[in-house]
Each structure stands twice: as C-alpha cells, then as structure tokens.
Design a binder for this molecule. Structure first.
Ligand code: SF4
Length: 362
C-alpha cells in the first residue's frame, strides 16, 4: 500500500486501481491537434497524459491545453529547472523531471512551486541514460545502477522535504526493469510507481515485451500507473494497457473476449466470426465476458464462465450463457441475437450503438 497522490481529477496509489496513461505524440506547437488527441485519449479511458515540454515558447500552448484537456496533464521536462517552473505556472498538476540534471537552487525553486500548487512530481531514470560512472559503481550490474540512479533523484527531493513523488525506473530490457523496480519497491514501499518498458517496439514484439515485463511487476504488487510504450498511436497504448489489466483481472474496463484456438472439431471460422462480431463486442458493457468457440461439443463447457457465448454447430451456431445452450441459429442472425441478450444489461453506448454500427456495416 503506497501513499495516495492526487493529480487533477484523479488519485493514484493507496487503494486506487492501477491507472493507465499515455503520452501526446504531437508537439505542443500544434495545440488544436494536441487537444484532439487528449479528447480521443479521454474516450479510450486514458487517465493521465504526458506532454513533452521542451521549450518555453510552448508555455502558452501548455496552459491553453491544460485548461481544456479532460484528462490531467503531466509536463515532461529535461534538464531545465526554468521549464519546470513555467509548466507549474501554466497550471499543470504534475511534472516529470530529473532533478539530478538540475542545479540545487533550481530544484529548491521547483519544490517550492510544486508544494504551493499541490503538484505531483514524477522522477526516475532510464536504462539508456545511465552514465559509465553509475554502471561502474554498481559493479557493472545495470539494474542495480538503474535503481541507484532513481534513489539519487529521490533523495534530492526528500532532502527538500518534498514527498508527493512518483518513482519510475524504465529500460528497454525486461529483466533490468523488473529487477530495478523490485529493488526500489522493497526499499521505498511508500511511494507510488509509474511502470513501463520503455521503447518496447511495435506490433507483436512490443506487446509481448510490455505485457511480459509489466505482468511480473504487477503480480508483485508493484505499479500504480502504467504506460505501454509502443511505436503506435497513444490510443493503442491505452487500449493495450486496459487489455493487460483486464487479463490480470485487475480492472474490468472493456469486454473480456474468450475465443478458442480451434482444432479439428471446429464447425465455424472462429477468426472470421470474431472479426464480424468485434464492433458489437467492443460496445458491450464493461466487465462482460463473451466467448466465441469453434464447436458446440466442447465450446459451452470450455467457456463456462462467459456471460454470453457463441459456438459453431451443424445448423450454424448455438448461443449459450454460463455454459447453458439457449438456442441454435444461422450465422447471419448472430450479431442481432448477441445484442438482444446484451440489451438486458444497461449501458450508455451499448447495444443500440452496436446495432447502428452493424446497419452501417462498420
Ligand atoms: S471449442 Fe471445439 S473447436 Fe474450439 S478448441 Fe475446443 S474442441 Fe476445438
């Protein structure tokens, strides 16, 4: 149980669920596009958005965006204490800095301003920016060097009496990230952690790397806010974050899709059916589990826990709920039947929206 911190409209740490965040992939100079991305990320459920703040010229745009974004912002600053002060003056509720790269007086000014504005400071280190001195001091063990680098940053703020801090130790290496975070969490269990595998790549490799590393940390109870750093859109990062938390049964946002790998018993093309039903499935209420199984012989039993399921049968498909077969029907009637069943469960953007998407062929 870490301390609880509040950033704008949400809290993290303490008893709060693990938060999902992302980063704007557009420069602040394009403030209208940045706002569009914030709105889009808000629709995906993103809870914190980091924005690179590399120059004072963008201070006015940062302020403008902060006043309009429905999701709290974290200004990302390197080296320049003056920029951190400008970001806090712009009203952002959180900043990410490396105090070790700033003069002592600058850190003191930042702490004073953050305290006054009740802002949260995320600090940390990245495996890619470790110095040869830090690696030598850790006897060549990079994960230990990464943990010490974070510790050095932490003490710079603690020495100033500031404790509203999120810790972060990231690397492109899964073992290095896991070990560094584990060492830090043992030593500093009171501080919330931001976790991520940095620059994890794209496509399948990026997903596996991020999910593999973060699952190990989350299983140890480490991580209060996460980012899946992908070479992809920020929306995809957020969707992947929630997907991971859903798989670990830590959050129920979205629908839990169960589908079988198929075997020689299959009676339908499960992959095609999943694609056909995807628009409906994604508009069903959060927390629902839907199964798409290849055959009626084993499907309903294998997906016993699903709220609703579809399994291939001689006549097309059977629809089942919690392992019990409800009816058999032709494949083309499946989306409508699934919607009908789900319409018993009220949702703002549920069956009606799904029906409209089907009518439009989306
Ligand atoms: S549900 Fe049927 S088709 Fe799918 S894996 Fe099980 S036995 Fe094979």
């Amino acid at each position: 149980m870490t301390r609880e911190l509040t950033i704008g409209s949400f809290s993290l740490g303490g008893t709060n669920p693990v938060r999902v965040e992302s980063m704007l992939k557009i420069p602040l100079a394009e403030r209208e596009n940045c706002l569009d991305q914030c709105l889009s990320l808000n629709r995906e459920g993103c809870e914190l958005i980091r924005a690179a703040f590399p120059s004072a010229e963008s201070a006015e745009n940062l302020k403008w965006l902060n006043e309009r974004s429905p999701v709290p912002l974290m200004a990302d600053i390197h080296f320049d204490a003056g920029l951190a002060l400008a970001a806090l003056a712009a009203g952002v509720p959180s900043i990410r800095i490396n105090p070790g790269n700033m003069p002592r007086a600058g850190v003191q000014d930042i702490v004073r301003s953050a305290r006054e504005k009740k802002a949260v400071i995320r600090i940390g280190a990245n495996g890619g920016s470790l110095s040869s001195r830090q690696i030598t001091e850790a006897r060549g063990v990079r994960s230990d060097a990464l943990a010490s680098a974070v510790e050095d940053q932490l003490h710079l703020l603690l020495d100033e009496g500031f404790e509203d801090i999120i810790l972060s130790a990231k690397s492109t290496s899964v073992p290095e990230t896991v070990r560094a975070n584990s060492l830090l969490a043992l030593k500093y269990p009171d501080f919330p952690f931001h976790i991520g595998i940095t620059e994890s790549g794209s496509g399948r490799d990026g997903l596996v790397k991020s999910a593999g590393g973060l699952a190990i940390l989350l299983a140890q109870g480490i991580g209060n806010t996460l980012r899946i750093s992908l070479t992809d859109t920020p929306e995809e990062e957020v969707r992947t974050g929630f997907s991971l938390l859903r798989a670990l049964e830590m959050r129920a946002k979205g629908v839990n899709l169960i589908s079988c790998p198929t075997c020689g018993r299959k009676r339908i093309d499960v992959r095609k059916l999943v694609d056909l039903l995807a628009p409906c499935i994604h508009s069903l209420p959060d927390g629902l589990s839907v199964a798409v199984m290849g055959c009626e012989v084993n499907g309903p039993r294998e997906a016993m826990d699903a709220d609703f399921g579809i399994a291939g049968s001689p006549g097309g498909a059977v629809i089942f709920s919690r392992g019990k077969v409800l009816k058999e029907l032709p494949l083309e009637d499946l989306p409508a039947a699934l919607l009908e069943l789900a319409s018993d469960r009220p949702t703002e953007d549920g069956p009606e929206n799904c029906r409209k998407k089907n009518e439009k062929g989306e």
